[in-house]
Write a protein that binds this ligand. Structure first.
Ligand code: COA
Length: 177
């Protein structure tokens, strides 16, 4: 892995097939395409609304305002094709300060080729090198693919779950680094 722990240096992670690096403002439209592919069971605040929000400009502003530090979202770029296939990263946990949440999302065309697992492995190393000792993830009970990725990465389920009859129960899983 490229050394991502040097303060002030842009985060850059490398795996066999992938680069993980900050989103570029010019890639806001690509980011928005991911939103358009989301499952209908994803809650409305994470979907494009009837008025088209978030717009490309709004997502560009979010990218500009949130450069990754020890947490943040990293665009996943394939080394061979040079295309961005999604993102993987860490969100500072609301419930558990100092124990961020792992998150990932890929374009459908890139699913089931091991990319989320490969990208997450690098993000786990990044988290470890930043000094974190435990990570969390939240996943809807119906999301078999995401649950499988988390299991492959060594996350285990806890007793904590939040029922939601509309969009599905959220499971809280965790992994010590
Ligand atoms: C979750 C997601 C990132 C997985 O990405 P991916 O690159 O396809 O993941 P991987 O290829 O590394 O692993 C997927 C695993 O799930 C399995 N899987 C996928 N769909 C499945 C299904 N419907 N039923 C059972 N297993 C399934 C695959 O077989 C694979 O497991 P295996 O290696 O044991 O065969 C991708 O599906 C996605 O972007 N989903 C939408 C966003 C999302 O749900 N993000 C997570 C929110 S918690």
């Amino acid at each position: 892995m490229t050394d991502a722990s040097v303060p002030g240096r842009e985060v850059l992670l490398e795996t066999d097939r992938l680069w993980l690096r900050p989103w570029r403002v010019a890639e806001a439209a690509i980011h928005r395409e991911l939103w358009t592919e989301r499952d209908e069971r994803v809650p409305p605040h994470r979907r494009i609304d009837a008025d088209g929000h978030p717009t490309v400009a709004e997502l560009a502003e979010r990218i500009r305002a949130n450069p990754p530090s020890t947490t943040g979202f990293l665009a996943i770029e394939r080394k061979d094709a040079g295309d961005v296939i999604g993102y993987c990263g860490l969100i500072e946990g609301q419930e558990t300060p100092g124990e961020p949440e792992l998150a990932f999302e890929l374009f459908r065309r890139a699913w089931n080729q091991g990319y989320a697992t490969e990208a997450s492995t690098a993000v786990l190393d990044w988290a470890r090198s930043s000094g974190y000792e435990r990570l969390w993830a939240t996943v809807r009970e119906w999301n078999t693919a995401s649950r499988r990725v988390l299991a492959k990465l060594g996350f285990t389920e806890t007793d904590r779950r939040e029922a939601d009859p509309l969009y599905g129960t959220t499971l809280f899983v965790t992994r010590r680094l």
